[in-house]
Design a protein around this ligand. Structure first.
Ligand code: FES
Length: 371
């Protein structure tokens, strides 16, 4: 007796195709007795073969065979297989067709694409279940360990478990004492960023501006100082006038022997504005001092030795040696200054006192010195 073996879907389909190819005959006696699934598939195949022959051959024969339920709904191979497995689970195989013939939802009426009915790869289908259990921990450990993503079996897990155990077995860092944190040096503050180095052109411009501004300020202060100094000097000059610049009104001209008779001395004209004359006036030889101011409009007449007269260059007035006017517009004679013999015997002239002839003042002894 053949060993009862669970068949894969591919084997079931292969057996069904072989049965359809070999006719609807019953299995020979030499063949081992088929399993309940194979018998159910055989029945389905027979019924589908009969229906396929009865239907018009409009559809290509390549399409996968589909069972039709009693109600006319077509069943896919997967449905058939599901019904067969359900029947087996119940303990009988007679209701496979009935279970497969159950009406399906509308979506199931549509024929499934051929890809859905494709048999699984033989290797995958025939590979027995290894019974390896894959848990989530092993999968995550394999992923963290850089292993190829995907489920990891327990046989592969020991490496990961060993890694985890090794990581757990690593000596932990010694616990830090509570006081150690307080004694730890605080982090050094970051040094302030140094300003970017200035360009040479910028420094040159700044230096030039500083020098220019300094020069302007220095010039301003210098001008202010000079102005203040000049103002101070002017104020001092105003407060202390140079009274000594004026010639003295009283001055000595020398001894009487220095003025011979008939002589007009002109050397004191530029400095004192006076002629010293030794001449005869009204029968008396006198030395007197004449004022060098024309009685017309104030010009200074000239002594003309050759003509023995004073001649005014302005309007032509003429005066004799004793000062009497005789020509020109001058209305009166020249004036005299006071003259006397000083303590040292010199002739001293005092310009602060003047004597006029028209007033009879020339008769005053202060207006002459006798020789
Ligand atoms: Fe001397 Fe006029 S001022 S004549």
């Amino acid at each position: 007796m053949a060993e009862k073996k669970k068949m894969s879907v591919a084997e079931i389909l292969a057996a069904a195709r072989a049965k359809s190819d070999g006719g609807a005959a019953a299995p020979s006696a030499s063949e081992p007795q088929a399993s309940p699934e194979r018998q159910a598939v055989a029945r389905v195949e027979e019924s589908s073969h009969v229906e396929a022959e009865a239907r018009p051959k409009a559809k290509p024969a390549a399409k996968p065979a589909a069972a039709t339920a009693a109600g006319g709904a077509r069943l896919s191979v997967a449905d058939i297989l599901a019904a067969a497995r359900a029947k087996k689970a119940e303990g009988g195989d007679g209701a496979v067709v009935e279970a497969a013939a159950k009406p399906k939802p509308a979506a199931a009426d549509k024929p499934k694409p051929a890809a859905a009915a494709k048999p699984k790869p033989a290797a995958a289908a025939s590979a027995p279940k290894t019974g390896v259990q894959r848990d989530t921990g092993s999968i995550l450990a394999a992923a963290r360990g850089g292993a190829k993503p995907g489920p990891v079996s327990k046989a592969e897990a020991p490496d990961v478990t060993a890694k985890l155990q090794a990581a757990a077995a690593k000596p932990k860092a010694a616990p830090v004492e509570k006081g150690a944190v307080a004694r730890a040096a605080p982090p050094m503050p970051a040094r302030p960023a140094k300003p970017a180095a200035k360009k040479d052109g910028e420094e040159d411009r700044r230096g030039f501006l500083e020098i220019a501004m300094g020069s302007f300020m220095a010039m301003g202060f210098t001008a202010l100082s000079v102005t203040g100094g000049l103002f101070t000097l002017g104020l001092a000059r105003f407060m202390f006038p140079n009274v000594l610049a004026e010639p003295p009104s009283r001055f000595k001209v020398g001894f009487r022997e220095g003025f011979p008779a008939g002589k007009v001395e002109t050397k004191f004209v530029p400095q004192y504005g006076v002629w010293v004359v030794n001449a005869d006036f009204q029968g008396q030889q006198q030395i007197y001092a004449l004022k060098t101011v024309c009685t017309h409009l104030g010009c200074t007449p000239n002594w003309l030795e050759a003509e023995q007269k004073f001649k005014c260059p302005c309007h032509g007035s003429g005066f004799y040696k004793d000062g009497i006017n005789f020509e020109g517009p001058a209305p009166r004679p020249l004036e005299r200054y006071a003259i006397r013999i000083s303590d040292d015997g010199q002739l001293e002239i005092d310009k602060s006192k003047a004597f006029q002839e028209e007033l009879g003042q020339w008769a005053d002894p202060d207006s002459y010195v006798t020789v």
